[in-house]
Design a protein around this ligand. Structure first.
Ligand SMILES: [Zn+2]
Length: 431
C-alpha cells in the first residue's frame, strides 16, 4: 500500500536571514557532492533518513540527514539543523507524531527506522552500472522495482545492435551533469562512475572549449556532460561522431574499473600518452586480437614497498629519473606490446597511412605497473592479462600510462628509436 511520505520544510538558519538557500548533497554528509541549493521555506517529501556519514554533530548530538524530494522532482540530502518537520506522522523515519512544525535538530530520531521510499512508476533516472558487455536498452524502459537487498545486481540487457551509450569514466566517484553544454551552466545532478547514459545529442562547447558536450536523459529535464568524461559504446557512437570508428580497441582496463585522468597533449615535455586511473592490482589487458611482448622492463628501484620516486624522497618530474633505468626512465615497471598491422582496426590502418606510416605496426607501452604477468617474447592471446595497475616510477597515484608509437620496422625493439612514431593513443584505443 503506498504511503504518503512525511514532509520537511527548509528552515535555513533563522539568525542568518541573509542565507536564503541550503545545500542539497548526494549523500548523508558534507563529504558528498553538492547537487543543488534549495530555497528556505520550501516543503519537501522525506524519502530517507540516516545519521551523519562521518559521525559529525553539534554539542554531542550527531546530525541526522534527510533525503528529500522537492516539488520539482529533484532529490538529495539535507542536514537536520537546516530543516523543520511539518505537522504529521513522522514515525516511519524514526521521529514522533508532531502537532506543530518543529525544528528537526531538536528532535531525537530512532536511527533504527528508515522510511520505505515511495516508488514512482516512471522511467528510472538512469540505468545503474551493469556488468561489462551489457548496456541499457534504448527507448522506454520498464520501471525498476525497488531492491530490498542493497548490492543486488540490477537487471541487465543485451547489447543493442545500434544505439550509443556513454559509460561514466570521468571522476574518481562521480561527474557533474549540467543544464547546458558548457561549464557556464549550473550543475543539475551528479552521476556515479560506471553509470550508463543514453546519448541523445552532441554539441560544441558554447564557450568555445575544445571538448564537445553530449545530452543525456534526466527525469525532469535533459542534462549535459562533457565528452571526455564518458567512454562511448555502441555502433551508433561512430555514426554520431563520438568515436572515430566502432572497431577501435577497448581501453586496456575493464569498464567501469578505470577513470579518465589525463589525455594526450603532444610529445614530452607535454603529456605523451593517456593516464587511466585504477585501483592497485586492477588487471591490464592486451588488445582484442593478441600481440607480442617486445619489452618487459623491471625498474630495479621500484620495490613492492617503495614503488615510486616519492617513496625515495624524489619529486615527481625530477629530471634525474628520466635517464635512470632503475626508474624505468620514469615509466617504472612497464610492458611494450607490438600489434602488427594485420591486427589493427581498419580506422587505425588508414590513419597510419594518412600519417605517412602505411603498413606500420603499433607498439603500445603500459607503464607504472605493479606486476608484469608476461615475459619478453611472449605471444599474447586476445585480452590476456599482461600485468596489473600500479604506482611505480615517476608516479604519484595508481594509474596506467598508455603510450603508443608506430613504426614500419616491425622488428624494432628500442623504445627510444620508436619516438619518431609517437601518436595519440586515440588512433587505436577507445577511452
Ligand atoms: Zn602519463
Amino acid at each position: 500500500m503506498p504511503t504518503t511520505p512525511s514532509q520537511a520544510i527548509i528552515r535555513g538558519l533563522p539568525d542568518r536571514p541573509d542565507i536564503t538557500e541550503i545545500n542539497i548533497r548526494s549523500g548523508p554528509g558534507t563529504g558528498y557532492a553538492l547537487l543543488f541549493k534549495a530555497p528556505v521555506g520550501l516543503s519537501a517529501a522525506i524519502l530517507d533518513a540516516l545519521p551523519d556519514d562521518a559521525g559529525n554533530g553539534f554539542q554531542g548530538k550527531v546530525y541526522q540527514w534527510l533525503k528529500l524530494r522537492l516539488p520539482d522532482g529533484s532529490e538529495g540530502w539535507a542536514r537536520d539543523d537546516l530543516l523543520d518537520l511539518a505537522p504529521g506522522d513522522h514515525t516511519a523515519c524514526g521521529y514522533p507524531v508532531l502537532g506543530v512544525r518543529t525544528f528537526a535538530f531538536s528532535l531525537v530520531r530512532d536511527t533504527s527506522k528508515r522510511p520505505t521510499p515511495p516508488v514512482e512508476p516512471a522511467a528510472p533516472l538512469w540505468i545503474p552500472a551493469q556488468p561489462a558487455g551489457s548496456v541499457a536498452p534504448a527507448g522506454p524502459a520498464e520501471p525498476v522495482e525497488p531492491t530490498t537487498a542493497p548490492g543486488e545486481p540490477p537487471p541487465t540487457a543485451e547489447v543493442p545492435a545500434g544505439g550509443c551509450v556513454g559509460v561514466v569514466i570521468g571522476g574518481r566517484e562521480s561527474i557533474n551533469v549540467r543544464s547546458g553544454p558548457s561549464t557556464r551552466y549550473g550543475i543539475v545532478t551528479t552521476v556515479p562512475r560506471g553509470t550508463r547514459l543514453e546519448i541523445l545529442d552532441l554539441r560544441p562547447d558554447e564557450t568555445g572549449g575544445p571538448l564537445r558536450w553530449v545530452q543525456v536523459p534526466l527525469p525532469e529535464r535533459q542534462g549535459w556532460v562533457r565528452e571526455d568524461l564518458l567512454s562511448f559504446q555502441g555502433a551508433d557512437c561512430a555514426t554520431a561522431g563520438l568515436l572515430p570508428a566502432a572497431d577501435l580497441y577497448p581501453a586496456p582496463l575493464a569498464l567501469p574499473n578505470y577513470w579518465w585522468v589525463r589525455g594526450y597533449e603532444g610529445a614530452l615535455p607535454a603529456h605523451n600518452g593517456w593516464d587511466l586511473g585504477a585501483q592497485i592490482g586492477e588487471p591490464v589487458l592486451a588488445g582484442p586480437h593478441g600481440g607480442r611482448v617486445i619489452i618487459a622492463f623491471n625498474a630495479s628501484n621500484a620495490t613492492p614497498e617503495k614503488p615510486n620516486v616519492r617513496d625515495h624522497g624524489l619529486k615527481v618530474g625530477d629530471p634525474r629519473v628520466f635517464s635512470d633505468p632503475g626508474w624505468g626512465f620514469g615509466y617504472g615497471h612497464y610492458i611494450v606490446v607490438r600489434y602488427t598491422h594485420d591486427l589493427l582496426p581498419a580506422h587505425t590502418r588508414s590513419a597510419l597511412a594518412a600519417a605517412g606510416l602505411p603498413g606500420a605496426a603499433i607498439f603500445v607501452m603500459y607503464a607504472h605497473l605493479r606486476d608484469r604477468a608476461v615475459a619478453q617474447g611472449a605471444v599474447l592471446s586476445p585480452g590476456q592479462i599482461i600485468g596489473t595497475c600500479g604506482n611505480s616510477g615517476n608516479s604519484e597515484a595508481p594509474h596506467v600510462h598508455l603510450e603508443i608509437r608506430a613504426s614500419t620496422n616491425v622488428n624494432e625493439t628500442s623504445w627510444a628509436r620508436l619516438s619518431r612514431g609517437l601518436l595519440d593513443p586515440g588512433i587505436l584505443f577507445k577511452r
